[in-house]
Design a protein around this ligand. Structure first.
Ligand code: F6R
Ligand code: MG
Ligand code: MG
Length: 387
């Protein structure tokens, strides 16, 4: 309906997978699709597309109910519940893994699933890209989103297109403290980078075009470990980016993924590895449960309908990126259990490391170093700001 705001909701969860944490079973996708098809018939959603990346089941939906809508979230929850039933029947691995609660309470955020939603008035032609990553965390999108919306060496339109020339506003979420800050690009680039260079804590949540405050991008920010307080799987994120006609072109958006940057996740959510852009056919985790992958599906949204998708990384233009990712994979793997392949201690908090330290506690004996070390705990660990 012209002038009315359409909502694009991408909600995902790992509800169990085939051959360990390798990939979603088609029957679970079917079970989720049935629930969404029923909701479409009833007019709750306008259209949907169900897919997967690795072991994460992805529900892509359009509707007119706005973001954080309880009916839509309940629908997604029910779809995951139905898919979980099938996962249990088939004996799939870690069935129901990301559904941290037994009961739905009005919003799936905080219950385990990841959510990226945006609401906007459809342009005459509305291209959007849904990015879905497995074996990594929401902060994995920090680097590419920075390049897309703030780096003219990536996005020529920042210089050339008058509608983008004013820049973009980055809404950055501190996932430890539950606080957001809006910073402007290009004026505050260095402040933006000072934060988002710590992707485990500061996550780009939304991006707005500065000259009219139009929403340009949104990222899921749920971090399972921080919800559950222990390691319960990685927080494999999704992101939605609007493209063209005053937003970065599809090709500029994709260009940001041509560099397979190091992200946290991979095996046991405890390692750094390269983010490899792949087509759907390769959206499955193998080597060392990875390497972490990202799929990009392009849609046109037309009268609220999802038209597509186009499987954007299924292209030889990304072969060299993938090859480089393989080389980086070899290189990082040779570090074995050493940092920086293994994550730093602050991220290992949610694994067995605290237990090892506790067990060894009494075996540590005092040692005279000749000085008393002054330790300022990093902000990463304590959340405190030091002078
Ligand atoms: C990472 C992931 C896998 C598992 C690993 C161990 O996000 O899902 O790498 O952590 O396969 O899994 P469990 O503990 O289930 O044997
Ligand atoms: Mg899994
Ligand atoms: Mg996963």
């Amino acid at each position: 309906m012209p002038g009315e705001k359409v909502t694009l909701s991408v909600i995902k969860a790992d509800i169990g997978s085939l051959a360990g944490h390798h990939k979603v079973h088609p029957d679970t996708m079917l079970a989720a699709s049935r629930v969404l098809a029923e909701a479409k018939k009833k007019g709750i959603i306008k259209s949907f597309y169900v897919t997967h990346v690795g072991d994460d089941l992805q529900l892509i939906m359009t509707h007119y109910k706005g973001v954080d809508n309880p009916e839509i979230h309940e629908l997604a929850w029910n779809a995951f519940k139905e898919a979980t039933k099938v996962a249990k029947e088939l004996g799939l691995y870690a069935a129901g893994q990301d559904l941290l609660s037994d009961a739905f309470s009005g919003n799936v955020r905080g219950l385990g699933p990841g959510v990226a939603e945006m609401e906007f008035v459809e342009r005459p032609s509305e291209p959007v890209i849904v990015f879905m990553a497995d074996k990594t965390e929401p902060g994995a999108f920090n680097l590419p989103l920075y390049k897309i919306f703030a780096d003219p060496f990536n996005t020529a339109g920042l210089v050339i297109d008058p509608r983008m020339h004013d820049g973009f506003i980055f809404e950055i979420l501190d996932v430890f403290e539950g606080k957001v800050v809006q910073l402007k690009a290009p004026e505050e680039l260095y402040d933006i980078l000072a934060l988002i260079g710590t992707p485990s804590r500061y996550v780009i949540k939304r991006v707005y075009r500065k000259n009219d405050n139009e929403i340009a991008a949104v990222v899921s920010s749920e971090r399972l470990n921080l919800i559950a307080g222990k390691y319960v799987g990685k927080d494999d994120p999704v992101a939605v980016v609007r493209a063209q006609s005053g937003f970065p072109a599809v090709g500029e958006v994709l260009e940001a993924f041509s560099f397979p940057h190091l992200v946290a996740g991979w095996m046991r959510g405890s390692h750094h590895g390269p983010l490899m852009p792949v087509g759907l056919k390769d959206a499955k985790m193998t080597r060392f449960d990875g390497p972490p992958r990202v799929v990009g599906l392009g849609f046109q949204i037309h009268n609220g309908e999802l038209v597509g998708p186009a499987d954007l990384f299924d292209d030889p233009a990304f072969d060299e990126t993938r090859r480089l990712a393989q080389i980086i994979t070899d290189y990082m793997r040779r570090h074995g259990p050493f940092m920086p392949h293994r994550l730093g201690p602050e991220e290992m908090e949610y694994t067995t490391l605290p237990q090892v330290l506790k067990r060894l506690h009494d075996r540590f004996k005092p040692y005279e170093m000749g000085y008393k070390p002054v330790i300022k705990h990093s902000e990463e660990l304590s959340g405190e700001v030091h002078d």
